[in-house]
Design a protein around this ligand. Structure first.
Ligand code: GTP
Ligand code: 5AD
Ligand code: SF4
Length: 343
């Protein structure tokens, strides 16, 4: 609960209108992406080197209790959607129980998870019972040999078990497919076909500079939309009725839809409604910033929720307009891995 003194102070200091986080561009924050671990059981070559990323010591990772406290606080300030990400969320012991707590105890309205699906199948029935709103599954190919090349692990069968299991249970399913220079037309067509037979939202993602290595030039992303339009001339763009990072397309006779996430053009920034928290408790106002608030330090210094809320509001007063502006202000030598950020 927040005192009226606190709220009026907050109101006079920044544009966070009572009980709703709003940034300096008038964008309401309703979506929290919470990365609960940097550990992963795959090694996708565009995300991390063979040996993995330098892992954060467990003691420096937020505990489930600390994350729960943060979710309660963000919920009090207008967040209605929480996405649990990683690394691979199920690589952290206790992930399912945490999700259950967020639903049953904290009362998160829309609870989502982004997973690589390797360990997820066995949790599906319980996720459904707990009331999960949807699963975003990472899957870049339907070909076992290609899957092994991309992820450096032979786990396609397990990921497909998660995919078909989620479909059977009618859990809303999106598939994230990162398109790199090695992605073949056959890969793209086989993935797109999934959306023909099943109510899947298949999103092709432009490769973004988050490889966990030294900076390298990224591929010719500007061609992705043209590539899709050439492969599928019957794509029909759908008008978005909710804030989304993906452009959505239908195809005649398709049960599902095809989408594209254009990380390089970032046309979705004007409506960006999200904040990110990394596994070590750094709040990011944009995928491309270096972290704008050390929530772990605040939580562990024993300050009140009021104080934390005020700090969050202050950060939102200085949010960049878009990812390009953020990137210009945060020039880094090395690319972070998506696994340490949470996607
Ligand atoms: P929905 O909540 O279903 O819309 O999911 P999402 O697309 O926000 O999340 P997901 O974890 O499935 O991420 C899919 C891809 O979108 C990942 O590669 C993310 O890094 C990318 N993505 C998500 N948000 C942003 C963003 O704000 N900027 C950019 N450039 N990419 C983003
Ligand atoms: N560029 C684009 N997407 C990426 N992902 C991981 N690394 C990258 C990258 N460099 C995707 C994963 C996952 C999502 C959270 O982020 O495939 O689906
Ligand atoms: Fe793991 Fe996702 Fe990175 Fe692949 S992209 S290595 S599944 S965190």
């Amino acid at each position: 609960m927040y005192s009226s003194d606190f709220l009026s102070h907050q109101y006079s200091q920044n544009p966070c209108v009572l009980n709703q986080l709003v940034d300096n561009h008038g964008r309401k924050i309703t979506y929290l992406r919470l990365a609960i671990t940097d550990r992963c059981n795959l090694r996708c070559h565009y995300c991390m080197p063979e040996g993995g990323v330098t892992l954060i010591p467990h003691a420096d990772t937020l505990s489930y209790e600390e994350m729960e406290r943060l979710v309660v606080l963000f919920q009090d300030f207008g967040v209605t959607k929480v996405r649990i990400t990683g690394g691979e969320p199920f690589a952290r012991v206790g992930c399912f129980e945490f999700l259950q707590n967020l639903k049953n105890k904290v009362g998160v309205d829309q609870l989502h998870i982004t997973t690589n699906g390797v360990e997820t199948a066995k949790y599906l029935i319980r996720l459904k019972q707990a009331g999960i709103s949807g699963i975003n599954l990472s899957l870049d190919t339907m070909d076992r040999k290609r899957f092994k090349e991309i992820t450096r692990r032979d786990r396609l069968d397990r990921v497909l078990a998660t995919m078909y299991g989620a479909l059977e249970l009618n859990i809303p399913l999106k598939i994230n497919s990162v398109v790199t220079a090695e992605t073949s037309d056959r890969d793209i067509i086989a993935l797109a076909d999934l959306a023909k037979l099943h109510p899947i939202n298949l999103r092709f993602i432009e490769l973004m500079p988050f490889s966990g290595r030294s900076k390298v030039a990224t591929s010719c992303n500007h061609t992705l939309i043209h590539r899709l339009e050439c492969l599928f001339p019957d794509l029909q763009e759908r008008r978005a009725d909710t804030v989304s990072t993906a452009r959505q397309f239908g195809r005649p006779g398709f049960l599902g839809s095809i989408g594209i996430i254009e990380g390089s053009s970032r046309t979705f920034c004007a409506t960006c409604n999200k904040l990110r928290i990394t596994p070590q408790g750094m709040m990011k106002a944009c995928l491309y910033d270096d972290g704008v608030l050390d929530l772990r330090k605040l939580l562990r210094s024993g300050v009140s929720d009021n104080k934390i809320a005020l700090k969050i509001c202050q950060c939102l007063n200085h949010r960049y307009a878009d990812g390009h502006e953020t990137e210009m202000a945060n020039v880094q030598q090395n690319e972070p891995s998506m696994a340490t950020i949470g996607g």
